[in-house]
Design a protein. Structure first.
Length: 344
């Protein structure tokens, strides 16, 4: 049975992880957990209001006394740009089991540091990637592997949501490619296999006279070794919430809709094809709960998540390459500055 320690208690820690943990601790999987309160520490926000099942820490140094490292799963929900530092500090205090929010890192150098810590200290790292545990993703994967609609040739993923307030408040995500695109990229790699970057771009977020660079829209084009192509587009300024994935096959098409928020856990899937009658399905797809259950079961059984970790590191590699490409293109089109002027 495990104690729970949540580091970072904002949108991910408080809004997403905590409700799932409460459901698991109160349901038929309660045996995975001790009855001790969930311990939380957020170095970037005031302590949360007291609740019977929560214990807030002002100082991370006191964590081992209430959440013994060898009996604890750490939910690392800090802003991505400080992940390496916090992970290193927690590992130095003896913690070895980590659920790390996406993106696991914002550049390849940070990703390599995390892999190095894992190797040297024997860390058990699981990157939070609920779309990989999604019932919809599993159904799409079956369509790809069984050939019902032919060979997969193209994936289109559209993700839109209104995120202006959170972006203006600042939450540590440096670009629009670091918010939802890691989920989409992971699904594309799971469905179509390894890929290389073909194209990428982003725009600024603009709200009135306020501008947040690189946090408006983002796009990514990937070429898979299988011959398929993936096109990902995200808009964080949209008034509409939507998570849509379209798979185009040589003999048909599948269109899926992931649950757009934690308020409704139903997914939709429509399929059509030349030799396949059109069909529509709606089904429960509480992917974060399923993902977390699998992770805690793996921690209990000491099952390695290396393949999923490496897939998520490939996601970091592709998004890092996209950032490098976009930044280079921006610099190439920037008007030159005059270092000085001489007058004869």
């Amino acid at each position: 049975m495990f104690h729970v320690l949540i580091i970072g208690f904002g949108r991910s820690g408080h809004g997403l992880h905590l409700p799932v943990l409460r459901r698991l601790r109160e349901g038929r999987h309660a045996g995975l957990f001790t009855g001790a309160p969930i311990v939380v520490h957020d170095p970037y926000a005031p302590a949360p209001a007291p609740e019977p099942d929560l214990r807030s820490l002002a100082d991370l140094a006191t964590a081992p006394a209430v959440a013994p490292p060898d009996e604890t799963v750490v939910h690392l929900c800090t802003p991505p740009e400080v992940r390496v530092r916090v992970l290193r500090e927690l590992a130095a205090r003896g913690y070895r089991r980590f659920l790390v929010e996406k993106p696991v890192a914002t550049d390849e150098a940070s990703a390599e540091q995390i892999l190095d810590l894992r190797r040297r200290l024997g860390l058990h790292l699981v990157v939070v990637a609920p779309w990989l545990a999604s019932t919809l993703t599993a159904g799409l994967r079956r369509l790809v592997t069984d050939g019902t609609l032919g060979t997969l040739s193209r994936i289109d993923i559209l993700q839109t949501k209104p995120r202006l307030g959170r972006t203006l408040r600042g939450d540590g995500h440096p670009t629009a490619l670091d918010v939802e695109v890691p989920h989409s990229t992971g699904v594309a790699l799971r469905l179509a296999g390894p890929a290389r970057l073909v194209d990428a771009g982003w725009t600024d977020m603009r709200a009135g006279d306020q501008v947040v660079p690189r946090m408006g829209t983002g796009r990514l084009t990937l070429a898979h070794a299988t011959g398929a192509r993936t096109h990902i587009f995200t808009d964080l300024t949209s008034p509409i919430r939507e998570r849509r994935i379209t798979l185009t096959f040589t003999g048909g098409q599948a269109v899926g809709f992931y649950p757009s928020s934690e308020t409704d856990h139903y997914a939709h899937l429509r399929t059509s094809g030349l030799a396949h009658p059109g069909a529509r399905q709606m089904f429960v797809d509480d992917s974060l709960t399923e993902f977390m259950l699998r992770a805690y079961t793996a921690f209990r059984d000491e099952t390695d998540h290396e393949l999923d970790l490496l897939l998520n590191m490939d996601v970091v590699r592709l998004i890092s390459a996209a950032k490098t490409r976009i930044t280079a293109a921006e610099q190439a089109t920037r008007p030159p500055t005059l270092a000085g002027t001489s007058h004869g």
